[in-house]
Design a protein around this ligand. Structure first.
Ligand SMILES: *Cc1c(COP(=O)(O)O)cnc(C)c1O
Length: 350
């Protein structure tokens, strides 16, 4: 069989490593576990799985629309926001199409665009941050999509509201701007953009959110897009009917009401961040200030070797070699106990 040409450059995704006996700080999952309300829903509704799920995710999308103050036809729910990224590329990318993002960002943008035969251009990061001007400068006639990861995975940096609006004003209307906000609930910076109100002004803006991070439901696979109805309609054309399973829909809806869990997660993250800043500074290590639930820092040695050593001591982290940062790692902010264990292990290997 002859593989499609577009697939020649695709290499399989390397997920964060789960090792028995080690704590996992490799995939930015919630260290407090899943939302208790979501767990309760799953326990009480396990016997519903003989039914097909609601293809339109009616209940969940209504709750999301109410939460965000948009119409229900402005929401699309996916099997993780990864699946929404596939919908986006499936709707707008064909061979010859282009897309623009930054170097050193989430790999699913490249994967999805490449899968549909498109090609990407990458703007350089400046001090670990997206450079909206450089990204805008790469837009060409064949550009269909621009991906902004805000806060950026794996650096944790963010684009301010002022820069984001200036950027939107510089993007032609035929180019879809995807604002991937997987970590937005953790953001503490006051000048982080509030993008949902901007949908009225920019028909070409699409926002991605997920239940995988702060809601603690990465294994259930639920993410969603918020956009203008015309864009959401385009995306729906590419969707399998039963893409989000029945327990995931109900559990995600229950998690939305779990305000105590969300507050506890924010607090844990904020305190853990300050602790890690202090310890990394004491070790003289260079790091990026983060608005997410992970910290990216320069370990100053081969990150693959550091990954192995830390794993043998009981912690898995993300080495950033595949991002071109050979001496950098990304560590998820854990519970205080996990953070302390991580720092003890780090001190041993340095
Ligand atoms: C984790 C993450 C997602 C979420 O992916 P899901 O498919 O919803 O689990 C999306 N974008 C970025 C940048 C992420 O880090």
């Amino acid at each position: 069989m002859k593989l499609r040409q577009a697939l020649n450059t695709i290499t399989p995704y390397k997920p964060g490593v789960l090792k028995e006996g080690a704590i996992k700080l490799a995939s930015n999952e919630n260290p407090l576990g899943p939302s208790p309300r979501a767990m309760e829903y799953i326990r009480n509704n396990a016997d519903s799985v003989y039914l097909y799920p609601d293809a339109a995710c009616t209940h969940l999308s209504k709750k999301l629309a109410d939460k965000h103050g948009v119409a229900q036809d402005q929401i699309i729910v996916g099997n993780g926001s990864d699946e929404i990224l596939l919908f986006i590329a499936g709707a707008y990318i064909e061979p010859g199409s282009g897309a623009v993002t930054s170097e050193c960002t989430f790999s699913e943008y490249t994967f999805s665009v490449t899968l549909f035969g498109g090609s990407l251009s990458y703007a350089p990061l400046i001090n670990g941050s997206f450079d909206p001007k450089a990204i805008a400068a790469l837009i060409q006639d064949n550009t269909k999509i621009v991906y902004i990861c805000n806060p950026n995975n794996p650096t944790g940096t963010y684009i301010t509201e002022k820069d984001f609006i200036r950027f939107m004003n510089s993007v032609p209307e035929h180019v879809l701007v995807v604002s991937d906000e997987a970590y937005c609930e953790y953001v503490e910076a006051a000048d982080y953009p509030e993008t949902i109100p901007l949908l009225k002004r920019y028909p070409n803006l699409l926002i991605l959110r997920t239940f995988s991070k702060i809601y603690g439901l990465a294994g259930l696979r639920v993410g969603y897009g918020i956009g203008n109805a015309a864009v959401i309609d385009d995306l729906k054309k590419t969707k399998e009917p039963f893409n989000v399973n029945i327990l995931a829909q109900g559990a995600a809806a229950a998690a939305l009401d779990d305000t105590a869990f969300i507050s506890a997660s924010i607090k844990n993250n904020s305190e853990g961040k300050q602790y890690l800043y202090k310890e990394l500074s004491a070790l003289g290590l260079e790091f990026f200030r983060t608005e997410a639930n992970f910290i990216c820092f320069k370990i100053g040695q081969d990150c693959m070797k550091a990954f192995e050593q830390l794993m043998n001591l009981g912690v898995t982290i993300r080495p950033l070699r595949s991002f071109g940062l050979n001496e950098w790692i990304r560590v998820t902010i854990g519970t205080q106990q996990q953070n302390e264990l991580f720092i003890r292990c780090l001190r041993r290997i340095l």
